[in-house]
Design a protein around this ligand. Structure first.
Ligand SMILES: [Zn+2]
Length: 96
């Protein structure tokens, strides 16, 4: 006594399974999405991925030449070491 696959009970079981899957999917997906969102969109200030490339000299709007040049622009790298140091100390105090 072979039952056709389209027997009402079989369909009911399939429907039930689909309903459960649909109900569970968002519940399972939310934590994963939340985790991804946290790791990808965390506060960038704390992660330090983006360097502040602005010149550290107070009031200077130039782009610095990077960490190897103490974050000073070409212009302010010409200053005497003592002036550079004073500017860096001012910057550190402001950004502490
Ligand atoms: Zn500068």
């Amino acid at each position: 006594m072979a039952r056709p696959s389209s027997h009402p009970f079989d369909l009911l079981v399939v429907r039930f399974a689909q309903l459960i899957a649909e109900r569970l999917q968002p519940l399972l997906a939310v934590p994963a999405r939340a985790r991804n969102g946290k790791s990808e969109r965390g506060p960038s200030k704390l992660r330090g991925r983006t360097l502040d490339m602005r010149c550290r000299y107070p009031g200077c709007k130039n782009k610095s030449k990077g960490p190897r040049f103490r974050f000073l622009c070409e212009e302010h790298l010409k200053l005497p070491k003592s002036a550079q140091k004073a500017a860096l100390q001012k910057w550190a105090a402001k950004n502490a």
